[in-house]
Design a protein around this ligand. Structure first.
Ligand code: CP
Ligand code: NVA
Length: 305
């Protein structure tokens, strides 16, 4: 039983499936947990911008009876104004839970280590676990299953890709990552996922090989937050991996197309695909709310025994 949710592998396969079921129940109107955060504050720390993560967490916290406190880098200056240890200890005296989006994954690990309350990773440079949990829920809704789904992730090997590899370490998948030799996912996370051996994991530089017959085509921006200075370089490396109608035609006829958003329309995905019949991108966005409520409930249940 984990105190924190910093990466998908913090949950067991059973806990992940339980979280999907809880999210489905919440989405269906289940109200058993509508007071679980009553009288409690959740600190939401953002040192990067956000639409989906901020609004879905704040809305979810409200729907669970709690109060959400939005804190930016201007106030907290984690590790600069005071040590992460001191900030963790102080926050733990005020709030019941911390959600944080920032650059360094190690900072978030340190915050979790020293805080007495659960910490949720709302995106770091290394991983974006809430996103891929919500995405797997969207896959379950559309394809009716989560196991052995054929997924092609095309584009930059980034925090979202790394979270797909972590998902593949818990749920058996046929995960194909189509990217350039210069933009691979994190080597340690990839090695771990391969050692666990639960999923078939293919890394390829050929977008056609990646999407052949798949159930899901997934993409994300080529240059993540904090890397916008590399946008031109990445665009050159990754333009072959754009999701367009021609590529979608090589996947299964009933495939779904996913993007965590925000998208750079016309770069990693065309308007035609994003607004087309295979696209489920707005279902993905909505499901962030339901899955994060389920994650918060799981963590509250864990600390309350
Ligand atoms: N997908 C996602 O996390 O969106 P935001 O950056 O808007 O939170
Ligand atoms: N990889 C993207 C995801 C945004 C939700 C980024 O980190 O900017």
């Amino acid at each position: 039983m984990t105190k924190d949710f910093l990466k998908i592998t913090d949950f067991t396969a059973e806990e992940i499936k339980e979280t999907f079921q809880l999210a489905i129940n919440l989405k269906g109107g289940e109200s058993e947990y509508s007071k679980i955060l009553s009288g409690k504050t959740v600190a939401c720390i953002f040192t990067k911008p956000s639409l989906r993560t901020r609004v879905s967490f704040e809305t979810g916290i409200y729907q669970l009876g709690g109060y959400s406190l939005y804190i930016t880098d201007k106030e907290i200056q984690l590790g600069v104004r005071e040590s992460i240890y001191d900030a963790a200890k102080v926050l733990s005296r005020f709030v019941a839970m911390i959600m944080i989006r920032t650059f360094s994954h190690k900072d978030v690990e340190q915050l979790a280590e020293h805080s007495d309350v659960p910490v949720i990773n709302g995106l770091t440079d290394l991983t974006h676990p809430c996103q891929v949990m919500g995405d797997m829920l969207t896959i379950k809704e559309h394809l009716g299953k989560v196991e052995n789904v054929k997924i092609a992730y095309l584009g930059d090997g980034n925090n979202v890709t790394n979270s797909w590899l972590n998902m593949a370490s818990r749920i058996p998948l046929d995960l194909r990552i189509g990217t350039s030799p210069k933009t691979p996912p994190d080597a340690t996370i990839l090695k771990k996922a391969r050692e666990i051996g639960l999923s078939k994991i293919t890394i390829t530089n050929d977008p056609n090989e990646a999407v052949s017959g798949v159930d899901v085509i997934y993409t994300d921006v080529w240059a993540s937050m904090g890397q916008k200075d590399k946008a031109a370089e990445k665009a050159e490396l990754l333009s072959r991996f754009q999701i367009n109608d021609e590529l979608v035609a090589k996947a299964d006829a009933n495939c779904i197309v996913m993007h965590c958003l925000p998208a750079n329309r016309g770069e990693e995905i065309t308007d035609s695909v994003m607004d087309g019949k295979h696209s489920v991108v707005f279902d993905q966005a909505e499901n962030r709310l339901h899955i994060q409520k389920a994650i918060m409930i799981q963590l509250m249940r864990n600390i309350n025994g």
